[in-house]
Design a protein around this ligand. Structure first.
Ligand code: 5GP
Length: 193
């Protein structure tokens, strides 16, 4: 998506450890007009998938998931990062390795909000190693629901997540795909069809 690529070029900051900062428009300050365009694009891509719920992960996926959900007319559920041990058994839960923080944490969704008949679209801001998406896929499968696809704003295609998730047979659509990036050389995108 050219609009997103332009913003990344103009305002993205490449940090060490393969981290791209997009705080100015995506995951700290949020440009809602850009989000609306991205939401429409997800709808164009996944509009035929009979999506019944959107699932994302707190915190940075929530904004874009909400705007996308308006295009689909379905509810958004976000996986919560668990701080207390839930012993009641009324939740689905799994472990996720954090890319940006380098440690692992537990995520959970109440059983009330994922049902076997659901067709779930996963949405997130970034795809790097695929751990966050794998965690969401695990929750959907625990519920006996179906993954309708994964919509990603920025895929760092030089990292293994995209390949890993696509090999599971899941349709992944990324609005910007970064082939390589460095502080000296800048950001190179994979051309979209
Ligand atoms: P993964 O689980 O695919 O390794 O990483 C995805 C998660 O890590 C996303 O939810 C995102 O919040 C965070 N993330 C991964 N790479 C980046 C990055 O380059 N920049 C930012 N801001 N977040 C990232």
């Amino acid at each position: 998506m050219k609009l997103l690529e332009e913003r990344i070029r103009q305002e993205g900051v490449v940090k060490d450890n393969d981290v791209l900062k997009v705080d100015r428009f995506l995951n700290h300050q949020m440009d809602v007009n850009l989000f609306m365009e991205m939401g429409k694009e997800f709808k164009r891509l996944f509009g035929n998938e009979k999506v019944s719920r959107i699932l994302t992960i707190e915190a940075s996926g929530i904004g874009i998931a909400c705007v996308a959900a308006q295009s689909f007319g379905v509810p958004v559920v976000f996986a919560k990062k668990n701080k207390t041990k839930n012993i009641s058994g009324d939740v689905y839960t799994t472990q996720v390795e954090s890319f940006t923080h380098g440690k692992s944490y537990e995520i959970m969704v109440s059983r009330e909000f994922l049902k076997p008949q659901d067709r779930v679209l996963l949405i997130d801001d970034f795809l790097a190693n695929g751990a966050a998406l794998m965690g969401l896929i695990t929750l959907v499968r625990q519920a006996g629901a179906t993954v309708a696809g994964a919509g990603i704003c920025i895929e760092k295609a030089f990292q293994p997540g995209g390949k890993r998730i696509r090999e599971l047979g899941i349709r992944v659509e990324s609005l910007a795909r970064i082939e390589s990036m460095s502080q000296e050389g800048g950001i190179k995108f994979i051309d979209m069809p």
